[in-house]
Design a protein around this ligand. Sequence first.
Ligand code: ADP
Ligand code: MG
Length: 247
Amino acid sequence: AERVNRIRNENRIHVNGTDVPPPIQSFTQLVSEYGMKDVLIKNAADVGYHVPTPIQMQAIPLMLQRRELLASAPTGSGKTAAFLIPLLHHLKEPSKKGIRALIVAPTRELAAQIHRECVRLSEGTHLRCHQLDHIGKKSSKAVRAVCSSKCDLLVCTPSRLIYLLNRDPCPITLKSVEWLVVDESDKLFEIGTTGGFREQLARIYTACNAANVRRALFSATFAFDVEQWCKLNLDNVVMTSIGARNT
Ligand code: ADP
Ligand code: MG
């Protein structure tokens, strides 16, 4: 416990919750302690990730233990890989079940960045990741994959997804979603933004109705209303933040 506290202090990792796993200090540790496949560690190394960032140190083991969480860390601190690496571990292999991991981001550009990183980190796993709100040719390719259950991980903005959910008959199902990740959740919660993100998120949250669904929210700031929402809606939630306290 002493050692764990020291690692957290040195990396300014704050945690709030019960039975929080210790932070990892290296990616290779994930192979020995969590049985992660070497290919995921190799892919991370190939894109230049040799040492986990503080948010990755704490959020990766949390997600590997299937904990629901709210994680906040400054912009540029590696939040994308903090959720993608555990998601790719959980998904293991392609499946016919349809979307098993759903990542929601506030803008198409952000979703594109996440999708790009996912393609790189999933190399050699055969997992199929798509972005729903691609533009041009890739867009219809993604829709076809999603509608024919040939998609394991989907990245999208709320509005594009809700457009499909509202079609009658509805061409997609979220009943196999095991992980719902909301990136930049503070932005999605801002009231008054066009499209009513909060309602859209509630709609998506409700559509992911598998009994075993897990949810993780990531953001750059620790917003009070997001925290309240998590306390109300998530199961035994862990809150983790990086940096100075109460920012
Ligand atoms: P955030 O979502 O927190 O704003 P990103 O996930 O976009 O941050 O990552 C910011 C930058 O850091 C990206 O260029 C990414 O490739 C890089 N990065 C992420 N994790 C690591 C790591 N462990 N080591 C080195 N660079 C990393
Ligand atoms: Mg980000």
